[in-house]
Each structure stands twice: as structure tokens, then as C-alpha cells.
Design a protein around this ligand. Sequence first.
Ligand code: ATP
Length: 616
Amino acid sequence: MLMFNNATENVVMSRPHRQPGKPHIFQPTQEQQSIIASVNQIDVINAGPGSGKTSTLIAIAGAPKYQGQTILALTHSARAEVTLRKRAKKAGIRHIQVATIHGFGYELITTNPAAFGYSKTPRPTDVKSVKALIKRKFRRAFKGTPLDDETERELFTVLKRSILRGTCIQADLDTLDFNRRMHAPTLQALQAQIVKSQQNHCRLAFSDMLHRPVEYFKNTPQALRNIGKRYHVLLVDEFQDLSSIQLKLIELLATVIDKVVVVGDDAQTIYGFHGAQTGTLWNFAEKHQVQPRALSQSHRSTQEILDLANVVRRRLNVTPLTMTSTVHGKKPELILCPTKETQAQEVGQLLNRLTRTVKACQIAVLAREKLSLRDLHKSLESKGIKTVLGSEETLKHICDGLEAFLRVFARGKKAPMEAVDTVLHICGLTPHSRNQDAIRHLKASKKKHLYLIKKLKAAQQARSIEAQLSLIQDVLVHYQHQDRHLIVPVITQLMPMVRGQTCKQAIQEIQRYRSEHMNSVALQTIHSAKGLEYEVVIVIDMVDGHFPHCWAHSVAAQEEERRLLYVAITRAKRELFLLSPPYQSYNPKTRQPLTLTQRCPFLEAEFEQQCVKKTV
Ligand SMILES: Nc1ncnc2c1ncn2[C@@H]1O[C@H](COP(=O)(O)OP(=O)(O)OP(=O)(O)O)[C@@H](O)[C@H]1O
């Protein structure tokens, strides 16, 4: 519960390095207090990781002066939304509406579809079908035009990004060279045509969730003013990751809402592929003529971890900012492993040692790529070390879904259509699977889901639990579901446990599996660990090609990889381990052992100095 003592504005909330079970009086620092008490219409906070940006937002929402007023808290990603929601709930703040910016746009549209040019409530389209549509239209539009492969790829990417991610097509076109920019009119016409056809079919692509409200508010100032009457305070977390269209919506809201606070960290801009760019915070501050405020103290990490983070930060092309901590601890360890197998063994040993003193759920293994985690997961589970791919919440969601599916299936004949819903829900095949309209629509479009229905019938005839679970696996792979790498391994592990069991027994097995894995080490990608914190962080596969990623060719992409490293390092509170297994130990040309920077370009001399180096 977040509580204020009116005199000092002390806040009770979770705090790092606290005695377990003991609530703490969280004393906002002077910098935080001045932000909480600020009377500016717009405040911009650009501060480092763990400096308490999100905590400050929650403290603002709970401040006595905003009691009884409605607060809108928006953020870029679903994960950040969950974090904000949880913290607001923990703080006992009820007068707050937390949403992703897309979710907020979607809600606006569905509450009044006619105003947004839809004849009825629009149905969200799934990304796969929009992608196919874009591809078809693109091919048709450029049929007679000779395009080399590179140009075709670039133009297609610009079009796809603008429709699926809501990036600004004009801005993207401006970055292309003259020969490619020549095709701008065709591309813009194509974009307008696809957006229009989606609208005519009452379909809502992901980007429409923001494009529509932005257009609507621009053309209907009264509607925008009504939003200003509904919300008194607008809080935006993870501001640095906003795409241009998200930014436009926030800009519009900022013109009518009395109090606006945006927080972020330029150096943590890691969603370039969504259209995020560094400098967003600064540009916003400049436009509104406010000086961005900083929070100089990190409340999360030890000074030794921050020293390493500051090295990375200095190498980044962002505003210089150094962070300090009052807590000291061990130097981060840089562990050089000869092979991937030895890396897995080393992680296993580290986890065995660490879990004696730290709760397993307070340890995270982070990697740049999902693939690295999947291999490690297999290897650790075979050694009997319990880990969870993704977070505990992901596991809970998967197990809940599987249980629901088996329950529906156990009911027998009447179940198929309901089972379709459940499979779709588990697989997240509708962007808003809780949306009944979308589910109804999917039921109707049997043609599209013939594969699913065929599989479902086969599984029902087989009536074995295994057949039913493998149905879900098949469907996930068939539809190339984005979380298949998280769900499929769980099902694979469950298979031998549920073999020959009745439905009831299988459900009990799933529950047992869940409780066994609930307090386990999290294996996460760096992107999904954004905004989270752990006592101990182990970063694996720090090797050229994996991290930095082999796709990061351009200078901008390489910088983003470095920002990812910065995010990974700053998730750790007390201990940090960086593991680097090379593909080969010798340079094939010179036959000399690989230098550290050849192994991984991040491991420069200054970086190495801040770590304790160990070779296994
Ligand atoms: N004044 C304070 N005193 C003690 N602890 C604090 C204070 N402010 C924040 N914290 C704690 O510091 C940790 C990090 O806070 P928070 O998550 O708000 O940081 P952040 O700046 O949003 O981080 P990130 O950039 O990684 O999202 C949390 O555990 C929070 O409880």
C-alpha cells in the first residue's frame, strides 16, 4: 500500500535491499519530491535505469493533490503496462486507468465506432493476414517496374512498417536515397488504399488503433476537449520507446490534459524496429519548452554494476548522464567459456551456488535471442535445475490456458466450438482474444481455420490427452505464433507426465508442474526483461553474431545493440555475470587466439577493467 504522510510526503513501497517481509518507508529523494510537487503543466524526466522513474509516476498518481481526479497512465508495451498496473494496485491507487497506448486507442474506437468511420465495431485483424495483403498489393502495384532486390526489400519494409507498426511513411521515405524516393507516391497511395480497404471491411489493423484516433482528434477538436475533461493527469512511462504515431497521440492528449508527466531514458531506446528513435524525450521537451529533469541516483544497482553501465552509456550516442548508488557490492564477473556447452555447465553451477542464498525467482538469465534461451532451458532442465522460459506470469498464463483447454475437452461432444475458442485463446491467435466479437468472427470464418478444426476433430477422436496437447503444439507451429518458443517447451515437458492419464489427473499434473516452476529462475530475452529488476542477472551468449546480433549492420542498429546491453546490465541489483562463448577460439585467418573484441565487440578495454575476468 502506498501511503503518504502529508508533512513529508513519505511513501511506503517496495525497496531494494530491504529486509524480507518488512515494509519500508520510501523516502522520495529531493529530486523525486520536486517532481511530485511540480506545478508545471508538462514535466519531462530523462533518467537512468533504477532511478525511480516508474516509482515517481506512481507517487504522483498517489499524491494528495490528485485525490479524486482521474489519472490516465499510458505506456508503450504490454509488459510495462502490467508493471504499472501492479504497482498502482500495490499502492492502493484506484483513480487510475492504465493502458498501452494502442489499447487506449482501441478502446476509444470500440466505444464509438461510428465516429471513427466504422459502420459497426471493427474487428482486429491478425498480423499474418494483413502482411499477406500488403505483399499481394505491393507485388501488383510494382508489377511492371523493374526493382532490384535491395530496393524492393526497402520499399516493402517501409510500407509494412507504416501499416503494421504505425511508423510515419513520409519520415521513412525521406531517409531513402533519391532513386528509391522516386517511388514515394506509389507507396503512399498503396498505404492509403490498404488502410481504406481495412476500414471498409470493418477491420482494425494494429496501426489503425492509433491512426484513427489521431485523425479523429485532429478533425474533431470537441472530442479531444472531452478527453481533457475526462482525465486530469496524463502519465507516460517508457516514453523513449514511442513510435511517431504513438507520439502524435500523446502530443494531442497533452494539449488538453491539465497535467502531463512523461518519463524515460534515452539510452534505453530498444524498439527501433517499432519506429522508436533516440532523442524523442529531448524533442518533446524542446517542443514544449521545458527543461528535462534528471534523477541522478540509482536505487536499484550497486555502484560496481553502475560503473560498468556508465562505461556502456559513455559509448552511446546519447546525452551523458552518470548514475550513482549508495550501495556497494561485488564487481561484475566476465566469464570466458570455450564452448556453448561449457557455458551451459557454468550457468548450471552458478545457479546451484546462487540459489543457496538468493531466491530462484530473483535470478534471471538474459539473452539477446530466444534461441539461446531455448537451448539453455533444455540443458538446465536435463540437469534438474528448474527454470521458466519467460516470466512466472507467462508460465501461469500458459498453464491456465492448457487447463482450460483440457476441461473443455473433457466435456466431450458438445465442446468443439468452445475448444476452438480455448485453443485460439491459448495461442493468442486473435490480437484481442478476450474480445467476444473477434472470437465470434473467427468461429464464423471456418475456412481460415480449417486446419485448426481438422486437428481438433482428430484429437477428439483419439481422446488421449497427449493427442490434445500435441494439437496445440501443431497449431502454434502452423500459425507461427509469436510465443510458440515459450509454450511448446512447456507442453513437451508435460507430455511424459500426462501420458495415459485421465483429464482430471492431467490437470493435477499441470498444476503440480506450475507450482514446481513458479519460484524458478527466469530465462528471458533482454527486450522482455525491460523495466524489470532481479537480485542477480546472468547475461549469456555475449558473442559477435548473437550479441550484437548478426542483423545489426547499420551504425544505428549497432548502437541499439549497445543500448540493449545497457538495459541487460542495469536489470541487476546485486550481482552480474556476463558469459561469452566464442564460435571458434582461433582467428581462422591469422591462427591467433581471438582477442576479446573479436569475440564480442562490446568487450573493450574500459569495459573489461570494470569486471573480474575468469576463464573456464
Ligand atoms: N527514493 C527511493 N528510495 C528507495 N528506493 C527507491 C526510491 N525510488 C525508487 N526506488 C526503488 O528503486 C527500484 C527501481 O525503481 P523504478 O523501477 O521506478 O526505476 P525506473 O527508473 O523506472 O527503472 P527502469 O528505467 O529500469 O524502468 C525499485 O525497486 C523502487 O522501489
